[in-house]
Ligand binder design. Structure first.
Ligand SMILES: [Zn+2]
Length: 350
């Protein structure tokens, strides 16, 4: 009797552990709302779950902003916040939503690519929490979130994360890294489903040129880098030469053949889009020994300079597309590189 009772407890405990390990990746937690104030150029607002309905009502669903000129031309996709601590990408995308008015083609913008990563503070610098920017409307606060999906929304991490569909293995916690999950999996983990939704967006909207905006440590090899899918590397090379003539120094490299799961690699390989990733130097990364690093007003890499670099790089790459393909997406309303550097980001946020 005692033995059978013990067996039952063991069986129940096993069942509990197994069901926890295979729990549905989609939790009943709704996405956070972020401070993004759409300007005159925004002609439509949707949800990422419009492209993958099983994300609806989950903590990774996020706003998609459409800026349609009504004039035929290429479709540009701008993704910020793949890593929620890489603030310049989020703020560059936000500035497009708040200021840009498309005059040729369409711009589709997602400022917060991984809302689950933005739902909790950066694990390396939890003391930052939010960044503050002074604008004409008063102080605005933007989450300084984490690089990965919140473990409260996707757990436990596997011992090894196996990328789909290549089978390449990464550390277990990389299972929550959106930029190791592309091209995604429709019935996969929350992070894999998130990547899948972006793949579907790019295919459904027939995106011509896609940018994934990132940051890296100040001393990282990747800081001030454009990474291009090999199929569209030439445009990036032309762009950085043009930028150098304007006094903006960027480097360029192509996607690594041995490193799957990254946006530029997978979007470029599996969709019609030319795919690029931009990195600027973030004082909050690679600085574990510094308490409360200044993300906004750092003397060497202020946020306005990093945002100006992202926007100038997007513009230069599109100029290269116009030179080689005969057309590009066009807009008005965005501050120039020198205006942003001189007046700061707060002067242009709504
Ligand atoms: Zn990143």
């Amino acid at each position: 009797m005692k033995m059978s009772r013990l067996l039952m407890v063991v069986a129940l405990a096993t069942l509990f552990v197994v069901s926890a390990a295979f729990a549905s990746p989609v939790q009943a937690v709704e996405p956070m709302m972020q401070d993004v104030r759409p300007g005159y150029g925004v002609t439509g607002i949707g949800w990422l779950s419009d492209y993958h309905p099983s994300l609806r009502g989950t903590p990774v669903d996020t706003r998609v902003y459409y800026l349609d000129s009504g004039v035929p031309g290429p479709t540009l996709f701008i993704l910020g916040g793949t890593h929620s601590n890489e603030t310049a990408g989020i703020m560059s995308a936000t500035l497009f939503v708040e200021r840009a008015v498309a005059t040729k083609g369409r711009i589709i913008v997602v400022p917060y690519a991984n809302q689950s990563g933005a739902s909790y503070p950066d694990t390396q610098h939890p003391e930052i929490g939010f960044i503050t920017i002074n604008t004409a409307s008063g102080e605005r606060h933007f989450r300084y979130g984490d690089r990965r999906t919140n473990p409260a929304h996707q757990s436990p991490d596997p011992v090894k994360y196996v990328h789909y569909p290549t089978g390449v293995e990464f550390e277990g916690n990389e299972s929550r890294n959106l930029d190791r999950a592309h091209p995604g999996k429709a019935d996969g983990t929350l992070t894999q489903q998130l990547a899948y939704a972006y793949q579907q967006l790019i295919l459904t909207e027939k995106v011509d040129v896609a940018f994934d905006l990132h940051e890296a440590g100040m001393m990282s090899r990747l800081a001030n880098m454009v990474i291009a899918n090999p199929k569209n590397l030439d445009y990036a090379v032309i762009a950085i030469v043009e930028m150098e003539l304007q006094g903006i120094v960027m480097n360029v490299e192509h996607s690594d053949d041995q490193f799957p799961g990254l946006s530029h690699r997978e979007w470029g390989d599996h969709t019609q889009a030319a795919a690029y990733l931009i990195e600027t130097p973030n004082p909050g990364q690679g600085s574990e020994d510094v308490m409360n690093p200044d993300i906004v007003n750092h003397p060497v890499a202020p946020l306005a300079l990093r945002v100006a670099t992202h926007i100038a790089t997007i513009d230069a790459v599109l100029e290269a597309h116009e030179m080689m393909d005969g057309q590009r997406t066009e807009w008005t309303g965005m501050p120039s590189y020198s205006e942003l550097v001189k007046s700061g980001l707060g002067a242009y946020l709504r």
